[in-house]
Design a protein around this ligand. Structure first.
Ligand code: PEP
Ligand code: MG
Length: 320
């Protein structure tokens, strides 16, 4: 069965993974692909980054095994709270505002290009996508794409031309990127909203600090309006928008995300069957009406109540 609403709106349901051994679980879950492969665990577990060949070996095993479904590899997201004691990084006073994600990759082009070549080559064994983390503006995306083109040319020179079309996306995890989502959308094939980071940067709450945890709310009206801006930006350029943070698997907010027009949800493999069942109980028309109302709300509480009502009406058995 597909993740389709009662009135025919189809949502692509994919899974997030960090390790190769999770692939079997993903296949059993009924996911339609991997929407987020977090590569930092594999890349940073040793003193030195694995070589292009080692990366290619892993990536191609995963894509071959997920065939015919797509696997979206997120390029290295070093920094922040990612991997404690990272060998590549010097300590920084504010790591969350520091040398993370695409910023690190654009500074360490040698490593970045090795990884992109490995991902491109894996495209010959299955369907591959690639996305860049912690983008803060369109300039970084253009620069990353320029390096990606260099990688394609280098592979051609080596006699291993890239055969397949690879989807390239930007993660939207920084408010400035959300605000210029339309400009970024002009450069890529999809946008994937990393809500874990986007919320923390929008409400200025460290996502791992318990003292301020109560302020970290997916239902904040400012955040909901920001998501809307991202989806609008993507639809201006006819590309799809996914959500791959924890919020994507939160059944409370599912009616709202569907109503806002999200095309893809990428969640933990264990959550796939539940989210699928929930999507199949929703009416897209009702969800759109809910989204319109939520976009007018001024308080988190109001949005949470609206979502709770919609979710409980559609799938009470999943909400208790
Ligand atoms: C996110 O920020 O929502 C995300 C999916 O990336 P990560 O949790 O790995 O930072
Ligand atoms: Mg993130």
């Amino acid at each position: 069965a597909e993740a389709v609403t009662t009135d025919g709106r189809r949502i692509t349901l994919s899974a997030n993974i960090e390790f190769e051994h999770e692939v079997d679980l993903v296949k059993q879950s009924g996911a339609e692909g991997v929407g987020l492969f977090r590569t930092e665990f594999f890349l940073l577990e040793r003193e030195e980054c694995p070589s292009e060949e080692e990366q290619f070996a892993l990536y191609s095993r995963i894509t071959a095994s997920m065939k015919p479904h797509e696997v979206i590899f997120r390029t290295l997201d070093a920094g922040g709270d990612k991997v404690p004691g990272e060998p590549l990084l010097e300590p920084e006073p504010n790591p969350f505002l520091g040398w993370r994600g695409i910023r690190f990759s654009l500074a360490r082009r040698d490593l970045f290009k090795e990884q992109m070549r490995a991902i491109l080559r894996a495209g010959d064994t299955g369907r591959v996508g690639m996305m860049f983390p912690l983008v803060s503006g369109v300039g970084e995306v253009r620069e990353a794409k320029m390096l990606l083109e260099q990688c394609v040319a280098e592979l051609e020179e080596r006699g291993t031309p890239v055969q397949s079309k690879i989807e390239v996306g930007a993660m939207i995890e920084v408010p400035s990127a959300a605000m210029v989502a339309a400009d970024i959308a002009a450069e890529v094939d999809f946008l994937s909203i990393g809500t874990n980071d986007l919320i923390q940067y929008t409400v200025a709450v460290d996502r791992v600090n318990p003292r301020v945890a109560s302020l970290y709310r997916s239902g904040h009206p400012g955040f909901i309006r920001l998501i809307k801006q991202v989806i609008d930006g993507a639809s201006q350029h006819q590309i799809w928008t996914g959500v791959c943070g924890e919020m994507a698997g939160d059944l409370l907010y599912l009616p709202l995300l569907v109503g806002l027009g999200v095309d893809e949800l990428s969640v933990g493999a264990q959550q796939v069957p539940l989210v699928k069942q929930a999507v199949r109980s929703l009416s897209y028309a009702d969800c759109s009406a809910l989204a319109t109302e939520a976009l007018r709300a001024g308080e988190t509480r109001t949005i949470v109540e609206l979502c709770d009502k919609a979710a409980t009406a559609a799938y009470p058995e999943l909400m208790s």
